[in-house]
Design a protein around this ligand. Structure first.
Ligand SMILES: Nc1ncnc2c1ncn2[C@@H]1O[C@H](COP(=O)(O)OP(=O)(O)O)[C@@H](O)[C@H]1O
Ligand SMILES: [Mg+2]
Length: 376
């Protein structure tokens, strides 16, 4: 394989890490790319459990290439972290060996293990923490792995480390959200992520004017626009996260507070019209469901509608509570896919014995109508 092909395989694997793939798929690609770029017959990647640096306490993932499932079953267990593999964890650094069996740390192979001589192993690390290891055996067409094989595999292991850390952070975020820390996350996103993106955007923007070539300037401007769009999306996410519940207020005040929050996200103030004995006609759970529905409807307007105006109407009359959110945006696309948002609005209405309907607004835009019986 030429140097150019090797580098492009490497890049492919790194790009795959930012694509929307599940962690096992990403790791599979890393292993395959590592085997391909280094010319190894076998490659494997083991991931240690979160917070462990001890292979004996278990690999949570073990991904191989070059050996089929029958071969894996014949060996009967994943590596135990003894022998040369243990070295990668206790003394993390690249390890290149011409003959594993002859190495002083070798613990021998279990029965039914295919014969392996040459070895190249690297720890998967992010900062000082070892997440696992990536190793290759049986270099094809040469007696042992080379220095340049080692460099490529070290780069791939770096990418794998980032992917694993990312997946773990993501899991932790999900748990935190479940534990009711949504507000804290929203605040962190606002105070750190948005501020940094904003500062970066400003820095780039100040360069645009000073650039020479118009081609470069255009690309830089595109990058600035993308940052702006990213900031907007994060703002919407924050709005979704901040399900702040100041129950001491009446429904009218809570609706106005929510609409106030949405104003920053939308870029314009919704018109609000409320009518009837709102508090008398709604109990606590109806109010909760109604506010969550309103939040989702406004979030959808910010996300999808590209509207310049939205009207929120809430009224209680003849035993029915009606919430209507009408925007003047692009309307529902023909191929729009229902997501959790619309399903949830409907489920919330149904749980209270009501209905939810989404329709085109006359003159353009979308109307969400959510109607439930007044609480007794
Ligand atoms: N106000 C709106 N204007 C235009 N399209 C909308 C509007 N609300 C919802 N949609 C469309 O309906 C789809 C499903 O919405 P939803 O179930 O909330 O999922 P999500 O917001 O996660 O995409 C959206 O992806 C979008 O295409
Ligand atoms: Mg939505």
């Amino acid at each position: 394989m030429t140097e150019v092909t090797r580098t492009s395989r490497l890049l492919d694997a790194v790009v795959a890490l930012s694509a929307d793939l599940s962690l096992p798929n990403v790791l599979k690609r890393v292993v395959e790319a590592a085997a391909a770029v280094s010319g190894a017959q076998y490659a494997a990647l083991g991931v240690l459990g979160a917070g462990t640096s001890d292979m004996k306490r278990g690999l949570v993932e073990f991904i191989t290439t070059g050996i089929d499932s029958k071969g894996i079953r014949a060996i009967g267990h994943v590596p135990q972290g003894i022998g040369v593999l243990g070295l990668l964890v206790t003394d993390p650094g690249p390890l290149r060996i011409a003959d594993i069996g002859a190495h002083p740390a070798s613990a021998g192979f279990p029965p039914h293990h295919p014969p392996m001589r040459s070895f190249l192993g690297v720890p998967i690390m992010v900062r000082d923490q070892v997440f696992g290891n990536l190793y290759l055996t049986e270099k094809q067409g040469a007696a042992e792995f080379s220095q340049s094989d080692e460099e490529l595999v070290v780069a791939l292991a770096g990418a794998a480390g980032v992917a694993i850390e990312n997946a773990r952070l993501h899991q932790r975020l999900e748990q935190l959200a479940v534990l009711g820390e949504r507000e804290r996350i929203a605040r962190d996103l606002h105070d750190t992520v948005i501020q940094r993106l904003f500062a970066t955007g400003m820095g780039l923007q100040s360069l645009v004017g000073r650039m020479e070539g118009s081609d470069l300037r255009e690309r830089l401007q595109q990058a600035v626009d993308e940052l702006d769009e990213t900031i907007r999306e994060i703002r919407i996410t924050i709005f979704d996260l901040e399900a702040r519940d100041a129950v001491k207020d009446g429904l009218r005040a809570r609706v106005l507070a929510l609409v106030g929050e949405a104003t920053a996200t939308l870029g314009f103030a919704p018109k609000v019209h409320m009518e009837g004995p709102l508090d008398a006609a709604t109990d606590a759970s109806t109010q909760e469901e109604l506010l969550k529905t309103l939040r989702e409807a406004l979030s959808n307007v910010a996300r999808h509608a590209n509207a310049s105006g939205v009207e929120v109407l809430l009224h209680a009359a003849s035993g029915t509570i009606t919430l209507r959110v009408a925007d003047n945006g692009v309307g529902l696309a023909k191929d729009a896919q229902r997501g959790h948002g619309l399903d949830n609005m409907q489920a919330r209405a149904e749980s209270l014995g009501g209905v939810c309907d989404l329709s085109a607004r006359r003159g353009g835009g979308t109307v969400v109508t959510w109607r439930v019986p007044a609480s007794p």
